[in-house]
Design a protein around this ligand. Sequence first.
Ligand code: AMP
Length: 423
Amino acid sequence: MSDEKTPRQPVSGIKGTHDILPPDSAVWQKLEQAVRDIFELYGYREIRTPVFEATELFEKGTGQTSDIVTKEMYTFTDKGGRSVTLRPEYTPSVARAIIEHRLYLEPRPLRYYFVGPMFRYDRPQKGRYRQFHQIDAEVFGETDAAIDAELVEMADRLFRRIDVGETEIVINSVGDRNCRPAYLLDLRAAAEAVAPSLCPDCQRKAAANPLRIFDCKVEACRELAKSFPEITGYLCAECADHFHRLRAHLDADGIRYRVEPRLVRGIDYYTRTTFEMTTTKLGAQNAILGGGRYDDLMKDFGGPDMPAIGFAIGVERLLSVASLKAESRPFVYLAYLGDEAKIRAVELARSLRQGGVECLLEFKERGLRNQLARASKLGAAWVLIAGEEEVRKGRFQVKDMRSGLQREAAREELAAIFGRSDS
Ligand code: AMP
């Protein structure tokens, strides 16, 4: 009894998550459709993996020293005592699936894409969520720099399709396991020399993984990092050649880009190419795409030697700059009067829907005037009036809500009327 009387507190959504409501959900659908259309033209196929994985997958894949693993993972112990993590990024899951299902035995290269939620326990702020969404593309089994350029082109094509406005493409090479160690030695020496002036986080990074200092947002660290050695001068012949060929392909494709030697990206597994796309329309969180090559990841996961490259686009940020509108489809509001007409209206709605006409029928007793007002409020393109008289005669009144004109039509004419005005 007392429960009945206590006012119920509504439960709110979790901080850092958000609902995608209509009509916005239609914009999401439109974006997802554009992704499917474009990526499939390039030979990519959708791959769906579970939302959670064994924690060690990300520790091993994303890397022990990455910000994602050190600070941002949503990790739980399940009832079986296993440590599981809500995926913070998609690449480790795809690599795991390829190895587990031996997809590498299929004709190469393997090209996959996915659109879905990722989870990072970060401080929520504008453009940073705890559950956000990414568009992900991955290619496994392709070494040539032409594929690096093609990925950039594919993302660029998507951005143009949904009209994101001005973007900047930034590229770099972070070398590989041959040439990076020498660079890291010099970088670590430079970082340690100025360590007392770095933020506490970067002081730790100076010893553990000095490359991460380039990701720091603290102004003092950014200033100091400008004096650090650049990787470009350390690249081995193979990495330098790969980078040179990537640039040549981008030039040939007419894609404008900027080389940024400090673009190292926040994940440990990158080798050679890294790239980012930023927009001039956003403030601090201006990166809408991040990507790069990870030629050693499959080997490190115990799989075959299979070079790979991919990117991830942040959907929330992308949509905040895209000019993507949801067009509402014209629909029919079916107004009926009386019980007999109601039964016939249900039947009529069914046959109209079968013919592909969107049709709304509400089950509330209302007078005709109220139903018309309701149809107008909901934005119906037409009102189809089924009074008892109309139902008996098999002829209906159709009101075009845009022109305000009303006409009588036989049942057989309806699909054509709604179909015709639709076009
Ligand atoms: P990353 O996997 O960190 O390279 O991120 C790729 C893209 O995902 C970024 O460029 C952002 O657009 C987006 N992104 C990353 N983290 C978040 C977040 N916490 N909230 C919203 N978008 C994010």
